[in-house]
Write a protein that binds this ligand. Structure first.
Ligand code: GEK
Length: 256
């Protein structure tokens, strides 16, 4: 796990990574090319992304006390942390820790957060969220990250996060999902592609990105997510958001 310091790299450009036909389609990876277009890519690809981030900040207010600690796991460029910090202006001594395996993301994240949150205590770690030693914390942000872990690693990670959370603390987890009912699954899958087309992606971009993500991102159903959270020991879970095949969950650790 390495710690990154800020350098100035916050330029945003349009995502055209899959716009031209590629002979050899490598698996999707969060490299420099992806990091450089990420804000544009994620807004045009994930329905409700800005709503989820905005509300994550609002929810944070309930669970983070003065002197609290927040982990943003798979932070990419720190957009969730920015939203949370915006809502916690009244708390000066909250510790923010972002974690991401991608060096390109972590470097840019450090620069963006240093520029936008100069007074905050922020640690940017480049490493795997499965092997991190977590400190006691109040809020864990897991927005669109669990889906990139092999399925067998998901429950062990949640168990580890649950151990680190203080009683009364919360996990906000957002994911792409699929559905058991074949008609619902197919319709929402197609509507998501319509959403991407409406946001300016061509058919070739949509299909090449889908192929690149095939082995890298495996989705669960909303029911699997809810059950896994309950199995972890959370005393309360709610799927508070759904837009097409994207959902967000809030899970609370009870007092005992
Ligand atoms: C946002 N949360 O803007 N350990 C650490 N990081 C990981 C791991 C891992 N094992 N696997 C993947 N990542 C962000 C968006 S993006 C979602 C999250 C997306 C990182 C990966 O490098 C990438 O930056 C992030 O998780 C997923 O709200 O692109 O669909």
């Amino acid at each position: 796990m390495s710690q990154h310091n800020a350098s100035n790299q916050s330029a945003i450009s349009r995502d055209a990574i899959f716009a031209t036909p590629l002979d050899k389609l490598a698996s999707f990876s969060f490299d420099e090319q992806v990091a450089s277009v990420f804000p544009d890519m994620i807004k045009r690809s994930i329905p409700g992304y800005s709503h989820i981030l905005g509300m994550t900040g609002v929810m944070a207010k309930r669970y983070v006390p003065e002197g609290g600690r927040i982990y943003d796991l798979g932070a990419s460029l720190g957009a969730t942390t920015l939203s949370v910090a915006q809502q916690l202006k009244h708390l000066n001594d909250v510790a923010f820790i972002t974690v991401d395996t991608s060096a390109a993301m972590t470097e840019r994240c450090a620069a963006i957060l240093a520029e936008n949150l100069p007074q905050r205590s922020i640690t940017n770690l480049c490493g795997d969220i499965r092997s991190l030693e977590y400190q006691p914390c109040d809020l864990i942000l897991l927005n669109f990250t669990l889906q990139f872990l092999p399925p067998q690693d998901r429950q062990p990670l949640l168990d580890k996060l649950f151990q680190a959370l203080r009683a009364g603390g919360a996990l906000v987890m957002s994911e792409k999902v699929h559905f058991q009912d074949p008609r619902q699954a197919q319709l929402l899958y197609e509507l998501h592609h319509d959403f991407k087309r409406a946001n300016g992606y061509s058919d070739i971009e949509i299909s090449q990105k889908r192929t690149a993500l095939e082995d890298v991102m495996l989705t669960d159903t909303p029911e699997t997510h809810q059950q896994r959270l309950l199995d972890t020991g959370f005393s309360f879970t709610s799927q508070w958001f759904q837009y097409l095949n994207f959902a967000s969950f809030l899970a609370i650790k009870g007092d005992s």
